[in-house]
Design a protein around this ligand. Structure first.
Ligand code: HEC
Length: 167
């Protein structure tokens, strides 16, 4: 093999190495969304967030002062429960969308909440909006009421957190 061919081969090798490196980085970026609870970013200007605020926070409000005066579980509690059961983005989003399209007691993962608040009323949400909302919830850090950490601690010491419903 002459020097010229060797140089060509060397150049191609470098090009291939560079392109494959780029692919690996992209793959890594695409994989950062697999752990919903550990998500750290918020995208408060996104459409999903605006929809969440206007359509869900009327009841699932993160700014409540204590556990006694709420009318529905805060969305962080819903997220925690649903991500224990549905640990991929697709299954999580599907579960939230299908619940909010047609809430039925027998499909509930939060029996305690149903007992306390009665089942979530059926509302005419658009599927398209629900998908954006559920995707936002999955991908982002959800605002947490100030009383929530203490409440969770109490629930855990009461053994309530082990009552994962299995239906
Ligand atoms: C009118 C009040 C109200 C609104 C608005 C509302 N919810 Fe709810 N939601 C509730 C109540 C009350 C519960 C607790 C009882 C239950 O689980 O059904 C609940 C529970 C849930 C649950 C848990 C269901 C289960 O038991 O497994 C999900 C998921 C949920 N809501 C999603 C949403 C989403 C998404 C939106 C916005 C598109 C929304 N909710 C808007 C009242 C509401």
């Amino acid at each position: 093999m002459n020097t010229f061919s060797k140089q060509i081969i060397a150049i191609f090798t470098v090009i291939i190495a560079l392109t494959s490196c780029k692919n690996t980085t992209q793959k890594k970026e695409n994989n950062t969304q697999t752990k919903p609870i550990e998500a750290t970013q918020t995208a408060n200007n996104s459409e999903g967030y605006q929809l969440l605020k206007t359509t869900c926070y009327a009841c699932h409000n993160p700014n409540t002062k204590n556990h006694d005066n709420i009318i529905a579980p805060p969305m962080i509690a819903v997220k925690k429960m649903y991500s224990m059961r549905y640990n991929t983005k697709d299954t999580f989003v599907n579960a939230i969308v299908s619940w909010a399209s047609n809430p039925k007691e027998e499909n509930s993962l939060m029996k305690g909440a149903v007992n306390r608040f009665k089942v979530m009323p059926k509302q005419g949400f658009k599927k398209e909006d629900l998908t954006k909302i559920a995707t936002y919830i999955y991908e982002n850090k959800i605002e947490t009421p100030s009383w929530f950490a203490e409440h969770e601690k109490q629930m855990r010491s009461n053994g309530m957190m082990n009552m994962k419903s299995k239906n």
